[in-house]
Design a protein around this ligand. Sequence first.
Ligand code: HEC
Length: 163
Amino acid sequence: MASKLIGRGFLLLSLTGGAGMAQTPKLPDGTGKEATVKVCGACHAAAVVATRQETREGWSAIVEDMIQRGAKGTDDEFADAVDYLTANFPKTAAVAKIHVNQASAKDLETQLSLSDKEAAAIVQYRQEKGDFKSVADFKKIPGLETAKIEAQKGRLVFTASHQ
Ligand code: HEC
């Protein structure tokens, strides 16, 4: 029976997880934390979730999987858990891309940790000279600390603005 298998998985996780349920999981506070600890902490430490970073779809699939394995809770509790997990353990690679030819000054400022002046200078340059084609273009912007851009170049996307 499947329950035997689940039992084994549970044992394994309790051992590898060390303290099991006795240890209060170090999960960040936030809306839905209580529901998450309740519905996700019954078999393994709820803190197991901290080992993964997923999109909302990814977390929904994991929660579905856990329900298949026997996780018990109300629909609301599972929905709260998905919200909590998505907010606190997001897949960062997906959200981290910055479309430099489309992003607003505000987005550039927050996502690239720039000053508002630097972000404004980027947008102004873009308006005057057209789309950025590579990181090198940022070096032509007066008053911009290009090291900040260089450090983030893996996240930059240079799709043309009129596409
Ligand atoms: C009925 C018992 C049970 C409950 C409740 C439960 N899980 Fe699990 N969970 C398991 C088992 C068993 C495994 C080990 C699966 C394996 O070894 O493939 C696991 C593994 C995991 C893993 C690690 C998976 C991986 O491959 O990295 C994550 C993440 C996870 N659970 C999240 C959750 C979340 C989120 C909830 C709450 C919605 C939850 N679990 C509730 C039984 C449960």
